[in-house]
Design a protein around this ligand. Structure first.
Ligand code: ZN
Length: 464
Protein backbone atom coordinates (compact mmCIF):
# COMPACT_ATOMS: atom_id res chain seq x y z
CA UNK A 1 0.00 0.00 0.00
CA UNK A 2 1.49 3.34 -0.95
CA UNK A 3 1.66 6.30 1.42
CA UNK A 4 -1.31 8.10 -0.12
CA UNK A 5 -3.58 5.09 0.13
CA UNK A 6 -2.43 4.51 3.71
CA UNK A 7 -3.28 8.13 4.53
CA UNK A 8 -6.72 7.69 2.98
CA UNK A 9 -7.35 4.60 5.17
CA UNK A 10 -6.23 6.41 8.31
CA UNK A 11 -8.93 8.98 7.61
CA UNK A 12 -11.57 6.48 6.47
CA UNK A 13 -11.40 4.10 9.42
CA UNK A 14 -12.41 6.64 12.09
CA UNK A 15 -15.14 7.91 9.74
CA UNK A 16 -16.55 4.37 9.34
CA UNK A 17 -16.35 3.81 13.11
CA UNK A 18 -18.07 7.14 13.79
CA UNK A 19 -20.83 6.16 11.37
CA UNK A 20 -21.21 2.73 13.03
CA UNK A 21 -21.48 4.16 16.55
CA UNK A 22 -23.44 7.24 15.48
CA UNK A 23 -26.60 6.01 17.21
CA UNK A 24 -24.94 5.80 20.65
CA UNK A 25 -25.68 8.96 22.69
CA UNK A 26 -22.54 10.92 23.59
CA UNK A 27 -21.84 11.32 27.31
CA UNK A 28 -21.88 14.91 28.61
CA UNK A 29 -18.20 14.62 29.62
CA UNK A 30 -17.32 13.81 26.02
CA UNK A 31 -18.36 17.32 25.04
CA UNK A 32 -15.79 18.98 27.28
CA UNK A 33 -12.64 20.56 25.93
CA UNK A 34 -9.97 21.29 28.56
CA UNK A 35 -7.48 23.96 27.52
CA UNK A 36 -4.32 23.97 29.62
CA UNK A 37 -1.31 26.32 29.73
CA UNK A 38 1.43 27.40 32.11
CA UNK A 39 -0.25 30.82 32.56
CA UNK A 40 -3.77 32.18 32.34
CA UNK A 41 -4.95 35.80 32.13
CA UNK A 42 -8.65 36.04 32.98
CA UNK A 43 -9.13 39.57 31.58
CA UNK A 44 -9.65 41.33 34.92
CA UNK A 45 -7.06 40.20 37.53
CA UNK A 46 -3.76 42.00 38.11
CA UNK A 47 -1.73 38.78 37.89
CA UNK A 48 -1.76 35.52 35.95
CA UNK A 49 -2.99 32.20 37.31
CA UNK A 50 -0.46 29.36 37.04
CA UNK A 51 -1.26 25.91 35.64
CA UNK A 52 -4.32 27.48 34.08
CA UNK A 53 -7.25 25.42 32.84
CA UNK A 54 -10.29 26.57 30.86
CA UNK A 55 -13.07 23.98 30.62
CA UNK A 56 -15.34 24.46 27.63
CA UNK A 57 -18.66 22.81 26.94
CA UNK A 58 -20.44 23.67 23.70
CA UNK A 59 -19.97 27.38 23.01
CA UNK A 60 -19.50 28.39 26.66
CA UNK A 61 -16.91 28.35 29.42
CA UNK A 62 -17.90 25.74 32.02
CA UNK A 63 -15.13 26.59 34.49
CA UNK A 64 -11.79 28.40 34.82
CA UNK A 65 -9.00 28.03 37.38
CA UNK A 66 -5.63 26.75 38.47
CA UNK A 67 -5.05 22.97 38.39
CA UNK A 68 -8.77 22.28 37.79
CA UNK A 69 -9.91 18.65 37.81
CA UNK A 70 -10.56 17.60 34.21
CA UNK A 71 -13.69 15.48 33.59
CA UNK A 72 -12.93 12.04 32.21
CA UNK A 73 -13.48 11.84 28.48
CA UNK A 74 -12.68 15.52 27.96
CA UNK A 75 -10.55 16.47 24.95
CA UNK A 76 -7.38 17.89 26.53
CA UNK A 77 -5.38 20.52 24.64
CA UNK A 78 -2.18 21.33 26.52
CA UNK A 79 -0.43 24.44 25.11
CA UNK A 80 2.54 24.05 27.49
CA UNK A 81 4.72 27.12 28.13
CA UNK A 82 2.07 29.52 26.89
CA UNK A 83 -0.50 32.03 28.17
CA UNK A 84 -4.25 31.64 27.73
CA UNK A 85 -6.27 34.85 27.51
CA UNK A 86 -9.77 35.97 26.51
CA UNK A 87 -10.14 36.44 22.73
CA UNK A 88 -8.75 39.86 21.87
CA UNK A 89 -11.10 42.64 20.78
CA UNK A 90 -10.41 45.60 18.49
CA UNK A 91 -12.63 48.67 18.90
CA UNK A 92 -11.64 50.19 15.58
CA UNK A 93 -11.34 48.22 12.35
CA UNK A 94 -12.50 48.58 8.74
CA UNK A 95 -12.66 44.93 7.62
CA UNK A 96 -14.15 45.75 4.23
CA UNK A 97 -11.36 48.12 3.23
CA UNK A 98 -7.61 48.21 2.64
CA UNK A 99 -5.81 51.56 2.75
CA UNK A 100 -2.37 50.06 3.40
CA UNK A 101 -0.72 50.47 -0.01
CA UNK A 102 -0.09 53.44 -2.27
CA UNK A 103 -2.81 56.04 -1.65
CA UNK A 104 -3.50 56.86 -5.29
CA UNK A 105 -3.49 53.21 -6.43
CA UNK A 106 -6.03 52.51 -3.69
CA UNK A 107 -8.20 55.44 -4.84
CA UNK A 108 -8.13 54.12 -8.40
CA UNK A 109 -9.09 50.62 -7.16
CA UNK A 110 -12.01 52.16 -5.31
CA UNK A 111 -13.28 53.36 -8.70
CA UNK A 112 -12.47 50.36 -10.87
CA UNK A 113 -13.03 47.35 -8.59
CA UNK A 114 -16.53 45.96 -8.52
CA UNK A 115 -18.02 46.22 -5.00
CA UNK A 116 -18.69 42.45 -5.12
CA UNK A 117 -14.96 41.84 -5.61
CA UNK A 118 -14.17 44.14 -2.70
CA UNK A 119 -16.63 42.14 -0.59
CA UNK A 120 -14.85 38.90 -1.51
CA UNK A 121 -11.51 40.47 -0.57
CA UNK A 122 -13.06 41.45 2.76
CA UNK A 123 -13.61 37.77 3.62
CA UNK A 124 -9.80 37.29 3.62
CA UNK A 125 -9.37 40.35 5.86
CA UNK A 126 -11.91 38.93 8.32
CA UNK A 127 -10.09 35.61 8.39
CA UNK A 128 -6.65 37.21 8.90
CA UNK A 129 -8.11 39.21 11.81
CA UNK A 130 -9.62 36.28 13.71
CA UNK A 131 -6.53 34.13 13.08
CA UNK A 132 -4.46 36.88 14.75
CA UNK A 133 -6.55 36.32 17.90
CA UNK A 134 -9.17 39.06 17.47
CA UNK A 135 -12.48 37.29 18.06
CA UNK A 136 -14.61 40.47 18.30
CA UNK A 137 -14.28 43.80 16.47
CA UNK A 138 -16.18 47.03 16.10
CA UNK A 139 -16.12 47.87 12.43
CA UNK A 140 -16.22 51.65 12.26
CA UNK A 141 -17.15 52.65 8.75
CA UNK A 142 -17.52 50.87 5.42
CA UNK A 143 -18.11 53.01 2.36
CA UNK A 144 -17.51 52.62 -1.35
CA UNK A 145 -17.82 55.78 -3.38
CA UNK A 146 -20.87 55.68 -5.65
CA UNK A 147 -22.20 52.48 -4.03
CA UNK A 148 -25.21 51.87 -1.80
CA UNK A 149 -23.97 48.47 -0.63
CA UNK A 150 -23.68 47.60 3.06
CA UNK A 151 -20.69 45.27 2.77
CA UNK A 152 -19.94 45.35 6.52
CA UNK A 153 -23.49 44.19 7.33
CA UNK A 154 -23.16 41.36 4.79
CA UNK A 155 -19.78 40.35 6.24
CA UNK A 156 -21.12 40.36 9.83
CA UNK A 157 -24.19 38.32 8.85
CA UNK A 158 -22.17 35.78 6.84
CA UNK A 159 -19.82 35.27 9.81
CA UNK A 160 -22.78 34.91 12.20
CA UNK A 161 -24.36 32.31 9.91
CA UNK A 162 -21.11 30.32 9.73
CA UNK A 163 -20.74 30.84 5.96
CA UNK A 164 -17.27 32.34 6.39
CA UNK A 165 -14.70 32.51 9.20
CA UNK A 166 -14.17 35.84 10.94
CA UNK A 167 -14.53 37.77 14.17
CA UNK A 168 -17.84 38.69 15.79
CA UNK A 169 -18.56 42.14 14.32
CA UNK A 170 -20.41 45.20 15.58
CA UNK A 171 -20.76 47.35 12.48
CA UNK A 172 -21.29 51.07 11.92
CA UNK A 173 -22.31 51.00 8.21
CA UNK A 174 -21.36 54.29 6.47
CA UNK A 175 -20.55 56.49 9.44
CA UNK A 176 -21.92 60.03 9.62
CA UNK A 177 -20.17 63.26 8.70
CA UNK A 178 -20.53 66.74 7.24
CA UNK A 179 -20.43 67.86 3.61
CA UNK A 180 -16.76 68.19 2.64
CA UNK A 181 -15.68 66.50 5.88
CA UNK A 182 -13.52 63.45 6.57
CA UNK A 183 -16.35 61.01 5.67
CA UNK A 184 -17.58 62.75 2.50
CA UNK A 185 -16.89 60.01 -0.10
CA UNK A 186 -16.54 62.62 -2.88
CA UNK A 187 -14.03 64.67 -0.85
CA UNK A 188 -11.12 65.51 -3.17
CA UNK A 189 -12.84 64.43 -6.41
CA UNK A 190 -14.01 66.87 -9.12
CA UNK A 191 -17.37 68.45 -8.32
CA UNK A 192 -20.31 66.33 -9.49
CA UNK A 193 -18.09 63.56 -10.85
CA UNK A 194 -20.64 61.21 -9.27
CA UNK A 195 -23.55 63.35 -10.52
CA UNK A 196 -25.08 64.07 -7.13
CA UNK A 197 -24.00 65.55 -3.83
CA UNK A 198 -23.83 62.83 -1.14
CA UNK A 199 -26.77 62.86 1.30
CA UNK A 200 -27.91 61.07 4.47
CA UNK A 201 -28.04 57.76 2.54
CA UNK A 202 -24.23 58.13 2.21
CA UNK A 203 -23.95 59.19 5.85
CA UNK A 204 -23.52 62.87 4.89
CA UNK A 205 -25.78 65.11 6.94
CA UNK A 206 -25.94 68.78 7.88
CA UNK A 207 -28.01 70.16 10.76
CA UNK A 208 -29.47 68.29 13.76
CA UNK A 209 -32.56 66.97 11.94
CA UNK A 210 -30.54 65.50 9.07
CA UNK A 211 -28.15 63.94 11.57
CA UNK A 212 -31.11 62.21 13.26
CA UNK A 213 -32.31 61.00 9.85
CA UNK A 214 -28.86 59.59 9.05
CA UNK A 215 -28.72 57.74 12.41
CA UNK A 216 -32.18 56.25 11.77
CA UNK A 217 -31.22 55.27 8.21
CA UNK A 218 -28.06 53.48 9.39
CA UNK A 219 -29.86 51.63 12.20
CA UNK A 220 -32.58 50.63 9.71
CA UNK A 221 -29.88 49.11 7.50
CA UNK A 222 -28.17 47.13 10.25
CA UNK A 223 -25.84 49.43 12.24
CA UNK A 224 -24.95 48.10 15.73
CA UNK A 225 -22.95 51.21 16.66
CA UNK A 226 -22.98 54.78 15.34
CA UNK A 227 -19.75 56.31 14.09
CA UNK A 228 -19.35 59.98 13.20
CA UNK A 229 -16.46 62.17 12.10
CA UNK A 230 -16.50 65.26 14.33
CA UNK A 231 -13.08 66.58 13.27
CA UNK A 232 -10.92 66.41 10.17
CA UNK A 233 -8.79 63.36 9.42
CA UNK A 234 -5.40 62.34 8.08
CA UNK A 235 -6.42 60.35 4.98
CA UNK A 236 -8.96 62.81 3.49
CA UNK A 237 -7.86 65.37 0.90
CA UNK A 238 -10.09 68.43 1.38
CA UNK A 239 -10.06 69.09 5.14
CA UNK A 240 -7.69 70.11 7.91
CA UNK A 241 -6.84 67.36 10.39
CA UNK A 242 -8.00 69.10 13.58
CA UNK A 243 -10.89 71.42 12.61
CA UNK A 244 -14.33 70.70 14.12
CA UNK A 245 -16.75 69.27 11.52
CA UNK A 246 -20.01 69.02 13.46
CA UNK A 247 -21.56 71.77 15.59
CA UNK A 248 -22.40 71.16 19.29
CA UNK A 249 -26.11 71.10 18.30
CA UNK A 250 -25.40 68.43 15.65
CA UNK A 251 -23.38 66.35 18.15
CA UNK A 252 -26.18 66.62 20.72
CA UNK A 253 -28.67 65.32 18.13
CA UNK A 254 -26.25 62.53 17.11
CA UNK A 255 -25.86 61.28 20.68
CA UNK A 256 -29.50 61.72 21.66
CA UNK A 257 -30.85 59.85 18.62
CA UNK A 258 -28.26 57.04 18.88
CA UNK A 259 -28.77 56.51 22.61
CA UNK A 260 -32.57 56.51 22.19
CA UNK A 261 -32.04 53.59 19.78
CA UNK A 262 -29.64 51.97 22.33
CA UNK A 263 -26.60 52.39 20.09
CA UNK A 264 -23.24 53.60 21.36
CA UNK A 265 -21.53 56.53 19.66
CA UNK A 266 -17.90 56.38 18.55
CA UNK A 267 -16.46 59.58 17.09
CA UNK A 268 -13.48 59.98 14.83
CA UNK A 269 -11.74 63.01 16.32
CA UNK A 270 -8.17 64.35 16.19
CA UNK A 271 -8.78 67.99 17.20
CA UNK A 272 -9.02 69.24 20.78
CA UNK A 273 -12.01 71.57 20.35
CA UNK A 274 -14.09 68.91 18.60
CA UNK A 275 -13.15 66.40 21.33
CA UNK A 276 -14.25 68.78 24.12
CA UNK A 277 -17.58 69.37 22.40
CA UNK A 278 -18.10 65.65 21.71
CA UNK A 279 -17.34 64.74 25.34
CA UNK A 280 -19.88 67.31 26.56
CA UNK A 281 -22.42 65.92 24.06
CA UNK A 282 -22.03 62.50 25.75
CA UNK A 283 -20.27 60.31 23.16
CA UNK A 284 -19.07 56.87 24.32
CA UNK A 285 -15.59 56.89 22.76
CA UNK A 286 -13.15 59.27 21.14
CA UNK A 287 -11.26 57.55 18.31
CA UNK A 288 -7.64 58.73 17.73
CA UNK A 289 -7.74 61.90 19.92
CA UNK A 290 -4.28 62.99 18.71
CA UNK A 291 -4.37 66.66 19.75
CA UNK A 292 -6.32 66.34 23.01
CA UNK A 293 -4.98 68.54 25.81
CA UNK A 294 -4.68 67.53 29.46
CA UNK A 295 -7.85 69.44 30.47
CA UNK A 296 -9.82 67.60 27.79
CA UNK A 297 -8.48 64.24 29.01
CA UNK A 298 -9.45 65.20 32.58
CA UNK A 299 -13.01 65.91 31.40
CA UNK A 300 -13.04 62.55 29.61
CA UNK A 301 -12.04 60.79 32.77
CA UNK A 302 -14.77 62.53 34.80
CA UNK A 303 -17.43 61.64 32.23
CA UNK A 304 -16.17 58.03 31.78
CA UNK A 305 -15.58 58.43 28.03
CA UNK A 306 -13.23 55.85 26.46
CA UNK A 307 -10.16 56.77 24.42
CA UNK A 308 -9.44 54.46 21.47
CA UNK A 309 -5.87 55.53 20.61
CA UNK A 310 -5.25 53.68 17.25
CA UNK A 311 -1.47 54.10 17.61
CA UNK A 312 -0.95 51.58 14.79
CA UNK A 313 -2.51 53.92 12.22
CA UNK A 314 -0.03 56.78 12.66
CA UNK A 315 2.82 54.29 13.13
CA UNK A 316 2.09 52.66 9.77
CA UNK A 317 1.60 55.92 7.86
CA UNK A 318 4.82 57.42 9.30
CA UNK A 319 6.72 54.30 8.19
CA UNK A 320 5.39 54.59 4.60
CA UNK A 321 5.12 58.36 4.09
CA UNK A 322 6.10 58.05 0.42
CA UNK A 323 2.78 56.25 -0.23
CA UNK A 324 0.77 59.40 0.52
CA UNK A 325 0.36 62.77 -1.26
CA UNK A 326 2.28 65.73 0.32
CA UNK A 327 -0.86 67.27 1.90
CA UNK A 328 -1.58 64.02 3.77
CA UNK A 329 2.08 63.61 4.79
CA UNK A 330 1.90 67.01 6.54
CA UNK A 331 -1.30 66.01 8.38
CA UNK A 332 0.17 62.65 9.41
CA UNK A 333 3.34 64.29 10.77
CA UNK A 334 1.33 66.75 12.86
CA UNK A 335 -0.91 64.00 14.31
CA UNK A 336 2.06 61.69 15.00
CA UNK A 337 3.97 64.47 16.77
CA UNK A 338 1.03 65.11 19.12
CA UNK A 339 -0.37 61.64 19.82
CA UNK A 340 2.47 60.13 21.90
CA UNK A 341 2.29 62.84 24.60
CA UNK A 342 -1.52 62.69 24.50
CA UNK A 343 -1.43 58.91 25.07
CA UNK A 344 1.17 59.12 27.88
CA UNK A 345 -1.01 61.75 29.61
CA UNK A 346 -4.15 59.64 29.23
CA UNK A 347 -2.40 56.62 30.82
CA UNK A 348 -1.03 58.73 33.71
CA UNK A 349 -4.40 60.34 34.36
CA UNK A 350 -6.28 57.03 34.33
CA UNK A 351 -8.56 57.74 31.36
CA UNK A 352 -10.44 54.56 30.31
CA UNK A 353 -8.55 53.15 27.33
CA UNK A 354 -10.10 50.80 24.79
CA UNK A 355 -7.89 48.81 22.44
CA UNK A 356 -8.41 49.87 18.83
CA UNK A 357 -6.09 49.99 15.85
CA UNK A 358 -7.75 51.39 12.68
CA UNK A 359 -6.95 48.14 10.82
CA UNK A 360 -7.21 48.79 7.04
CA UNK A 361 -4.76 51.71 7.37
CA UNK A 362 -2.24 48.86 7.89
CA UNK A 363 -2.64 45.26 6.60
CA UNK A 364 -5.35 43.28 8.41
CA UNK A 365 -4.03 40.71 10.87
CA UNK A 366 -1.26 42.92 12.31
CA UNK A 367 -3.58 44.40 14.98
CA UNK A 368 -1.65 42.96 17.95
CA UNK A 369 1.35 45.21 17.31
CA UNK A 370 -0.75 47.91 19.02
CA UNK A 371 0.04 46.20 22.38
CA UNK A 372 3.75 46.93 22.00
CA UNK A 373 3.11 50.55 20.96
CA UNK A 374 0.93 51.05 24.06
CA UNK A 375 3.53 49.51 26.37
CA UNK A 376 6.35 51.55 24.76
CA UNK A 377 4.36 54.69 25.66
CA UNK A 378 3.98 53.84 29.33
CA UNK A 379 1.10 51.39 29.73
CA UNK A 380 1.74 48.21 31.73
CA UNK A 381 1.39 44.96 29.74
CA UNK A 382 -1.48 43.81 32.01
CA UNK A 383 -3.37 47.08 31.42
CA UNK A 384 -2.75 46.77 27.67
CA UNK A 385 -4.19 43.21 27.76
CA UNK A 386 -7.18 44.47 29.79
CA UNK A 387 -7.84 47.21 27.25
CA UNK A 388 -8.23 44.55 24.52
CA UNK A 389 -10.46 42.30 26.64
CA UNK A 390 -12.54 43.58 29.60
CA UNK A 391 -12.36 47.29 28.60
CA UNK A 392 -13.46 46.70 25.01
CA UNK A 393 -16.25 44.37 26.14
CA UNK A 394 -17.44 47.14 28.47
CA UNK A 395 -17.30 49.81 25.73
CA UNK A 396 -19.07 47.51 23.24
CA UNK A 397 -21.86 46.83 25.79
CA UNK A 398 -21.34 43.05 25.63
CA UNK A 399 -19.42 42.47 28.88
CA UNK A 400 -21.98 39.93 30.11
CA UNK A 401 -21.04 37.64 27.16
CA UNK A 402 -17.32 38.13 26.40
CA UNK A 403 -14.14 39.94 27.50
CA UNK A 404 -13.12 37.75 30.44
CA UNK A 405 -12.53 34.05 31.03
CA UNK A 406 -15.41 33.35 33.42
CA UNK A 407 -17.92 30.58 33.86
CA UNK A 408 -20.95 31.07 31.62
CA UNK A 409 -19.30 33.40 29.11
CA UNK A 410 -18.80 32.53 25.45
CA UNK A 411 -15.65 30.45 24.93
CA UNK A 412 -13.47 32.97 23.06
CA UNK A 413 -9.91 32.03 24.03
CA UNK A 414 -6.45 32.70 22.60
CA UNK A 415 -3.08 31.12 23.36
CA UNK A 416 0.26 32.86 22.91
CA UNK A 417 3.79 31.59 23.59
CA UNK A 418 5.63 32.43 26.82
CA UNK A 419 4.74 35.31 29.11
CA UNK A 420 3.33 38.52 27.55
CA UNK A 421 4.17 40.54 30.68
CA UNK A 422 7.87 39.76 30.02
CA UNK A 423 7.55 40.36 26.25
CA UNK A 424 4.27 41.92 25.14
CA UNK A 425 5.11 41.10 21.51
CA UNK A 426 4.04 37.52 22.40
CA UNK A 427 0.55 38.83 21.54
CA UNK A 428 1.75 39.05 17.92
CA UNK A 429 2.57 35.32 17.96
CA UNK A 430 -0.87 33.97 18.94
CA UNK A 431 -0.94 30.33 17.80
CA UNK A 432 -4.25 29.14 19.23
CA UNK A 433 -7.65 30.75 18.63
CA UNK A 434 -11.05 29.52 19.79
CA UNK A 435 -14.27 31.40 19.08
CA UNK A 436 -17.52 30.26 20.76
CA UNK A 437 -15.98 26.88 21.56
CA UNK A 438 -14.83 26.22 17.97
CA UNK A 439 -11.13 25.97 17.23
CA UNK A 440 -10.29 28.52 14.52
CA UNK A 441 -6.54 28.00 14.67
CA UNK A 442 -4.10 25.67 16.35
CA UNK A 443 -0.56 26.18 15.10
CA UNK A 444 0.27 28.06 11.89
CA UNK A 445 -2.42 30.23 10.29
CA UNK A 446 -4.89 28.25 8.19
CA UNK A 447 -4.76 30.82 5.39
CA UNK A 448 -1.02 31.02 4.84
CA UNK A 449 0.07 34.44 3.67
CA UNK A 450 -3.36 36.03 4.09
CA UNK A 451 -1.74 39.34 4.94
CA UNK A 452 0.60 39.20 1.94
CA UNK A 453 -2.28 38.49 -0.42
CA UNK A 454 -4.01 41.75 0.44
CA UNK A 455 -1.14 44.01 -0.52
CA UNK A 456 -2.16 46.08 -3.56
CA UNK A 457 -1.29 44.63 -6.93
CA UNK A 458 1.42 46.42 -8.87
CA UNK A 459 -0.05 48.23 -11.84
CA UNK A 460 -0.49 45.88 -14.78
CA UNK A 461 0.24 42.80 -12.70
CA UNK A 462 -2.46 40.32 -11.68
CA UNK A 463 -3.24 40.26 -7.95
CA UNK A 464 -1.74 37.24 -6.21
ZN1 ZN B 1 -10.85 54.47 11.11
Amino acid sequence: MNVLACDRWSRLVPAILAFAIGAIPIQAADNFIALKAERLFDGKSKAFLHNGVVLIQGDKIADVGSNLAIPSGAQVIDLGDATLAPGFMDAHTHLTLDYSGDYNVRRLHELDLNVSEQAIRATTFARATVEAGFTTVRDLGSRFVGSREFVDVALRNSINKGLIVGPRMLVATKGIGATGGHFDPTNGFRDFLFEREPDYTDGIANGPEEIRKAVRFEVKNGADVIKAAVSGGVLSLADEVDTPQLTPAEMAALVDESHRLRKKVAVHCHGDQAAREAIEAGVDSIEHGSFMKAETLARMKTKGVFLTPTLMATEWIMGKLGNYPPALQAKAKAAAAARSDMFRNAVKMGVKISFGTDAAVFPHGQNAHEFKLMVDLGMTPIDALKSATANDADLFGIAEKVGTLEKGKLADVVGMPGDPTADVAATERVFFVMKEGKIIRKGPPIVQGAVKAIEPAKEGAPAD
